[in-house]
Design a protein around this ligand. Structure first.
Ligand code: KDG
Length: 320
């Protein structure tokens, strides 16, 4: 039994050296990146037991993704391999910005193998046996098939008491706010633990009050046990069974901000799986997210001692 099962797409991230542009770069650094596998890696590295499920082309590119995730301790046995000649490995290009030039993401992920992943191909017993099943709003945005699979997997998890966890993770390059709102509404009734960036809740779900009222509103409207609203530099707030918990951010020098939200979720789930309270899980979430900012790549190459040091150095981490 794996404590945490995650599922979604992992792409290869290709990025020019800092200060160079995609238009002219001669070299591209290759790394793996995907919201759900980023969370699995953070949990595995922080001592938890984590698996990632997906569908990949049986090619050097697909094997590259799996090799990188395994190197961090993630169980990839549930990956479905396809040798369909049309199946693709999703790729994204990342040009690091430097003010006033913004960081730019260019997706090349249409028709990736994972977009054809059907419920029948999924190891639902592993989901039913897990403590937590996690995915994000990126997965149902990728195809109609994945939208159905996501709903089926989350429902199967909830039916047998596996906690379902979900991050809205709105990606404007994948769907419009109206499409995303419809996609989210189909799933939110099957979620036990929701992570929502304040801006996603406002842009997509029209929830633009203060963080506590956003969290309470989502918890009540969809029957969600715990809602965590993240507010960037303003920290995070959770409403869990009606009680409110607040957490500030830890100071960090930002080297690469991509994957910070996933590191937050990874830190939270690692502590939760270790028996931590909501307050302790939020503290680990915040510390892991800050630590990630200092690291190149989508993945939080973090160890438990790193998180413990961040938490210890900064007292309770609450910025007042
Ligand atoms: O959260 C970081 C992700 O954006 C990155 O890893 C790539 O999953 C990704 C996506 O779909 O944007």
């Amino acid at each position: 039994m794996t404590a945490l099962v995650t599922f979604g797409e992992t792409m290869l991230r290709l990025s020019p050296p800092r200060g160079e542009r995609l238009e002219t770069a001669r070299e591209l650094e290759v790394q793996a990146g995907g919201a759900e596998s980023n969370v699995a890696v953070a949990v595995a590295r922080l001592g938890g037991d984590a698996a990632w499920f997906s569908k990949l082309p049986d090619s050097p590119l697909g094997r590259r993704v799996v090799g990188e995730l395994r190197s961090h301790g993630v169980d990839t046995d549930g990956v479905v391999w396809t040798d369909d000649a049309d199946s693709r490995q999703g790729v994204y290009y990342l040009e690091h910005g430097a003010a006033p030039r913004p960081t730019n993401v260019v997706y090349d992920r249409a028709d990736a193998a994972v977009t054809t992943l059907e419920t029948g191909e999924f190891d639902l017993d592993a989901v039913r046996d897990a403590e937590v099943c996690y995915t994000t709003g990126i997965t149902p945005a990728l195809s109609e098939t994945l939208r159905e699979t996501t709903a089926d997997v989350l429902a199967a998890a909830q039916d047998t008491g596996t906690m379902t966890a979900f991050d809205l993770n709105y990606r404007a390059k994948l769907w419009s706010p109206d499409e995303a709102a419809e996609g989210y509404r189909d799933l939110l009734g099957s979620i036990d633990l929701l992570f929502a960036a304040e801006r996603d809740a406002a842009t997509v779900l029209g929830r633009d009050g203060d963080a506590e009222s956003v969290a309470r509103g989502l918890a009540e409207d969809y029957g969600i046990e715990t809602v965590v609203v993240t507010r960037g530099e303003a920290g995070s707030l959770a409403v869990s069974d009606g009680a409110v918990f607040e957490q500030g951010v830890y100071d960090a020098e930002t080297y690469d901000a991509i994957g910070t939200g996933d590191a937050f979720v990874g830190g939270y789930l690692a502590k939760h799986l270790d028996g931590g309270s909501v307050a302790e899980s939020l503290e680990w979430a915040s510390a892991t997210a800050s630590f990630k900012r200092t690291i190149e790549g989508d993945i939080a190459v973090v160890n438990p001692e790193d998180v413990e040091r961040v938490v210890a150095d900064e007292g309770d981490g609450i910025s007042r």
